[in-house]
Design a protein around this ligand. Structure first.
Ligand SMILES: CN1CCN(c2ccc(C(=O)Nc3n[nH]c4c3C=[N+](C(=O)[C@H](O)c3ccccc3)C4)cc2)CC1
Length: 315
């Protein structure tokens, strides 16, 4: 069984909260995870309890190779170490029988990329959200990233697709929810990542995809791309470019343009995340401070959202 060293402490499966299967009830499928289905479920904290807590249940499909099983466990070990309002909370594991389960906090708003795309203004329906909502989502994720930075944990895959919302409605909180990439790096053999096909190149800085150098400044670059995703309400970055074209472009100093209607101060923040030199990129503490100022600036918070329906591209 894999173990996981974090902050000088080694954790193994024995250290995780184990949840008896009879205290769990699967309700409905939420989506397809990397290892198998993700379900909405109910968890009864004690057998005698009548009250049940809604949870998300990640399943490891029955027929898997040992490696996938270790990866699944490693993801649980990683998530069990975090405790922050902008990181999806780990509740426990249910590994006594197959299929194995990881029990996590349930977020019912779905992933951030789909939410942004669904929230675009339409000819017959103005957007249900405003620039201020987009800014608050960015601030939530920046808080989660600052926590990881403080813990010296490198996520390696900060992107809108890996973030979840507690609800689509007002009062929504955005959280970092997927640790698949950082989990894979804990795996001994890196070959799968060297396939390049698996790497989120469009979210990576040059030193990462050229030399395999990762640090919290890698996550800062990715956060800049995430900020661009938010301001473009779910567009794919570098639309239409292949990974190779993006690597060549970025190495030569090419960068994503300021999205239409994106307030200058916000574009300034994302551009600062894309310095060629990692050390010239801001910390998440600085990013949070600057996002906070933007939130106090009416020119920013009252800025109109971009219009997409004037062009026909689905992206
Ligand atoms: C009309 N809409 C359609 C979509 N719908 C949903 C769609 C998906 C979800 C959902 O997966 N919620 C989750 N809560 N907790 C975790 C979840 C996933 N987790 C995971 O760990 C998943 O691996 C994960 C991680 C990051 C992003 C996606 C999936 C942990 C909730 C509502 C709302 C109504």
């Amino acid at each position: 069984n894999p173990n996981y060293e974090f902050g000088g402490i080694v954790t193994t499966i024995a250290d995780l909260q184990h949840i008896p299967r009879e205290q769990l009830r699967l309700v409905k499928a939420l989506g397809q995870g990397a290892f198998g289905e993700v379900y909405q479920g109910c968890y009864r904290q004690r057998p005698c309890d009548t009250v049940e807590m809604p949870v998300a249940v990640k399943t490891l499909q029955e027929m898997t190779v040992k490696q996938a099983e270790d990866d699944f466990l490693t993801e649980a070990l990683i998530m069990s170490k975090f405790n922050h309002p902008n990181i999806v909370h780990f509740i426990g594991v249910c590994f006594d029988k197959t299929p194995k389960f990881i029990i996590l906090e349930l977020l019912t708003g779905g992933d951030l990329k789909n939410f942004l795309r669904e929230s675009r203004p339409k000819p017959d329906r103005p957007s249900p959200i405003t620039m201020k909502d987009l800014l608050f989502i960015a601030i939530d994720i920046a808080r989660g990233c600052r926590y990881l930075e403080e813990k010296r944990f490198i996520h390696r895959d900060i992107a809108a697709r890996n973030c979840l919302l507690t609800t689509k409605g007002p009062g929504r909180v955005a959280k970092i929810a997927d640790f698949g990439m950082s989990r894979d790096i804990y795996r001994a053999d890196y070959y799968r990542k060297d396939g390049k096909a698996m790497l989120p190149v469009k979210w990576m800085p040059p030193e990462a995809f050229l030399e395999g150098i990762f640090s919290s400044k890698t996550d800062v670059w990715s956060f800049g791309i995430l900020l661009w995703e938010i301001m473009k309400m779910g567009f794919m970055p570098y639309t239409g470019c292949t990974n190779k074209e993006v690597m060549d472009l970025v190495v030569q100093g090419g960068r994503l343009e300021r999205p239409e209607n994106c307030p200058g101060p916000i574009y300034g923040i994302m551009a600062s995340c894309w310095h060629p030199q990692p050390e010239d990129r801001p910390t998440f503490a600085t990013i949070l401070e600057r996002l906070g100022y933007c939130g106090q600036d009416p020119d920013v918070t009252t800025a109109p959202l971009p219009m997409f329906y004037l062009n026909v591209s689905s992206e």
